[in-house]
Design a binder for this molecule. Structure first.
Ligand code: AMP
Length: 290
């Protein structure tokens, strides 16, 4: 497995393999990998000849006071996991090679960032789009895979690829959950044992909305209230938002249907955690580990 940190070398690697007829898949990550990331590697390995995993904690998607400096990092462990999972190349650029000190032009996510996580994290999705576009330009993948756990991010990137004509197929892969259905996340490492236990309320709350919908209630307000009731019994969790949104525009809907995305962000101790379901599918439609 190749380890590359220089963007020019990365592009040379990709172009050499393309010239010999190979296809390339990209899995962009911020590292501290878990089974959710590794299944993205499995997913893309089935679709392309070669898999590149990028590991880069992107400063421009963190706001002031967010966890950029404390974000968990362990490159040695990540390298071993990627190698064991059949990745062919790990791209680990330095911040100074990805960003010159005074970038003049960045991407703007537009109205899709007006909803869900956008208002609470101003500029976050602009930073995500800018780094993903740069990774696309450096790696030049044929396929790139993203997790549905970050549904808004996946939607915004899908739209960027369409609107800016990137010749790349975007794949959105299912959320991978732990045994108690808590979505896997690098930020779960911030949780104390007590907080980790409390986090079980997140999938329980989404399952409550799914149950209510299956019983015939399609009013978003009732579904959101059902979720808030579950968190009402959990003193360690503070809600940032709960919403039922259209899967394409991400705008709130008054009446839900099977395609509606029910999404939330909460704070548990130092961690800000997000999760979502497609209402007709529910939590149990996702992948469970263990
Ligand atoms: P991150 O390293 O958290 O920026 O995530 C890198 C990629 O992994 C993104 O496409 C995420 O959506 C995806 N991802 C993170 N957690 C999960 C999960 N539990 N299930 C599926 N994909 C995930």
């Amino acid at each position: 497995m190749q380890l590359i940190s220089d963007p020019s070398e990365m592009r040379r690697w990709s172009r050499a393999h393309h010239a010999s007829g190979k296809t390339i898949g990209l899995v962009p990550t911020m590292g501290y990998l878990h089974e959710g990331h590794l299944r993205l590697i499995d997913n893309v390995r089935g679709q392309t000849d070669l898999v590149v995993v990028s590991v880069f904690v992107n400063p421009t998607q963190f706001g002031p006071g967010e966890d950029f400096l404390t974000y968990p990092r362990d490159l040695e462990r990540d390298r071993a996991l990627i190698r064991d999972r059949g990745g062919h190349c790990v791209f680990v650029p330095d911040t100074s090679d990805m960003y010159r000190s005074d970038p003049m032009v960045t991407l703007v996510a537009g109205p899709l960032a007006d909803h869900l996580c956008g208002p609470g994290r101003p500029g976050h999705f602009d930073g995500v789009l800018t780094i993903v576009a740069k990774l696309f330009n450096v790696v030049e993948p044929d396929v790139a895979v993203f997790g549905r756990k970050d549904a808004q991010q996946a939607r915004i990137i899908t739209c960027m690829v369409q609107d800016l004509d990137f010749p790349i197929q975007v794949v959105v892969a299912p959320t991978v959950r732990e045994r108690d259905r808590v979505a896997m996340s690098s930020r779960n490492a911030y949780l104390s044992p007590q907080e980790r236990l409390a986090a079980g309320a997140i999938p329980r709350s989404l399952a409550a909305a799914h149950d209510l919908y299956r019983q015939g209630n399609n009013e978003s307000a009732s579904l959101i209230a059902a979720i808030r009731r579950v968190f009402g019994e959990e003193s360690l969790i503070d809600i940032e938002y709960v919403a039922a949104v259209d899967p394409e525009t991400l705008a709130p809907v008054l009446t839900a249907d099977a395609d509606t995305v029910v999404a939330l962000a909460v704070r548990v101790g130092k961690a800000r955690l997000i999760d979502n379901i497609v209402l007709g599918a529910g939590v149990d439609a996702d992948e469970v580990v263990g």
